[in-house]
Design a protein around this ligand. Structure first.
Ligand SMILES: Cc1cc2nc3c(=O)[nH]c(=O)nc-3n(C[C@H](O)[C@H](O)[C@H](O)COP(=O)(O)OP(=O)(O)OC[C@H]3O[C@@H](n4cnc5c(N)ncnc54)[C@H](O)[C@@H]3O)c2cc1C
Length: 436
């Protein structure tokens, strides 16, 4: 988007990108980060490198005042900043939707950030090492029990890829057998992978069950205090890792009182909290569209013209990236006084990887929907995401990770200590290690 704006408007344009992280995360690759197939850094595009010419502000937007054309940005350990804009593009994404389940906030980990995927990989691999060394059977069982809540695309992929990594790593653990490992997938719905056909869902469930994954459908997580899992089917067990993937909600900045004056959808339902957009991606409210505010991605309710009347674009990277490009062109059109163009994109399909050489999904080719499974689905997913991953350097690095994995197998080292880097130093100083 920044490229397109600079190309069309040249040096006359000043672009500011605000994000608390100085990099963009290509989330579709997170399951492969969680499985050790891709190095965490290689799914990140550094904003300063990827967006030459744009001013990058590393901070969190905390107030949007569209009446005054300003955004307030909080900068860590510093005064906040007020940015005046001519045009505003909102792409705040979504955040995990937590439920008031005892123990959830204290015990579970999400799967939307690279830090979470990398920490999950490290913890699972560290647990294998600890389980192989302990003589305590109860501890061993707990260390080798991994619970995933939510069987949408992100949850199913995260679990399937992690299971594949564990299976791969076990060849180096003569003390552990696959029957010692317990992967549990809990979902309130009667199916997983809602985006694919019933047949494809059944295939994915069979595939995972054949691999020993326990899939609990129409089941709720009742509590997970201290890793003691209680599910609504009456099951109780200890699990050292709980991964929460049971839904997302739009960024709270859009809903919090006084934080933003942008019009959001208030009615309960899947669009609640999203910015109401016209097909040309301008944000619109009761008084009509705002001339200079556009929105894209997971935080925007955008009419899906390719799917028909009353349909909205599903929240995925495929739409988010293309909507960004349409916004760039529409801003140029708006400045030049030309009519805006509606966003139109026919979904190319959806593909989930379920581990090495395994996958499921479909491609839309013309009017035909072609179901793929196994190696073709896995290869199609990898090829598409490689194409979509920003920057040539990162594409090359991802390919290098994949080739390295084939030649010398995935790394089996987990370093959860990287989140407590001062612990060894504190121990040497005779202090008991603090949390940081
Ligand atoms: C595990 C996983 C797998 C997925 N797999 C696929 C897939 O296979 N195919 C697919 O199409 N989609 C997939 N998705 C969905 C896809 O990644 C999202 O739909 C897409 O990233 C949405 O883009 P976005 O720009 O709206 O939001 P995001 O990519 O989430 O970006 C939002 C940005 O806003 C920033 N931000 C948040 N709050 C603030 C603030 N207050 N101030 C400033 N900046 C802020 C964030 O730091 C972030 O950089 C997957 C998602 C996950 C989590």
């Amino acid at each position: 988007m920044v490229d397109a704006l600079r190309k069309d408007l040249g040096g006359d344009v000043a672009i500011t990108v605000v994000d608390p992280r100085p990099y963009m995360t290509y989330q579709p690759f997170l399951p492969e980060v969680g499985a050790g197939s891709i190095d965490p850094r290689n799914v990140l595009a550094p904003l300063r490198k990827a967006l030459p010419g744009a001013k990058i502000v590393t901070g969190r937007a905390t107030k949007i005042d569209s009446a005054a054309n300003t955004v307030v940005v909080d900068i860590e350990d510093s005064d906040s900043l007020e940015i005046q804009y001519d045009y505003l593009v909102v792409g705040l994404g979504s955040v995990p939707r937590l439920l008031p389940i005892p123990g959830l906030a204290e015990t579970a980990i999400g799967f939307k950030q690279v830090e979470e995927a990398a920490a999950l990989r490290d913890k699972i691999l560290a647990n294998l090492a600890e389980a192989a060394s302990t003589k305590d059977p109860a501890l061993r069982k707990r260390l080798l029990t991994f619970t995933f809540v939510g069987g949408g695309f992100a949850g199913s992929e995260a679990l399937a890829e992690a299971e594949d990594m564990v299976r791969d790593a076990l060849r180096y653990y003569p003390d552990l057998h696959f029957s010692d490992i317990r992967f549990v997938l809990v979902d309130a719905a009667p199916f997983i992978l809602p985006e694919v056909s019933e047949e494809q869902r059944a295939y994915a469930i069979d595939q995972l069950r054949e691999r020993g994954v326990e899939i609990k459908l129409e089941t709720f997580l009742n509590s997970c205090e201290g890793g003691h899992i209680v599910t609504s089917d009456g099951d109780e067990f200890e699990s050292d890792i709980v991964v929460w993937n049971a839904g997302v909600k739009p960024n709270p900045l859009l809903l919090d009182d006084g934080a933003s004056d942008l019009p959001v959808i208030r009615e309960r339902g899947p669009l609640m909290g999203k910015l109401n957009c016209l097909a040309d991606l301008r944000v619109t409210g009761d008084d009509g569209p705002l001339a200079n505010v556009f929105a894209a991605g997971d935080c925007a309710a955008v009419p899906d013209l390719a799917s028909g009347e009353g349909k909205f674009c599903p929240p995925n990277a495929q739409h988010a990236v293309r909507q960004g490009k349409r916004i760039a062109d529409n801003i140029v059109r708006s400045i030049q006084g030309r009519p805006l163009v509606d966003y139109y994109h026919k979904n190319l399909g959806t593909m989930a990887t379920l581990g090495m050489y395994k996958g499921v999904g479909y491609l839309n080719i013309g009017d035909k929907r072609i179901d793929l499974r196994g190696i073709p689905a896995w290869a199609a997913a990898r090829a598409y995401h490689l194409y979509a991953m920003p920057t040539i350097g990162r594409k090359a690095a991802v390919v290098a990770d994949w080739v390295g994995g084939i030649i010398s197998r995935r790394d089996i080292i987990g370093i959860p200590q990287s989140s407590t880097p001062r612990a060894a130093f504190e121990l040497a100083a005779g202090k008991s290690p603090s949390a940081k």
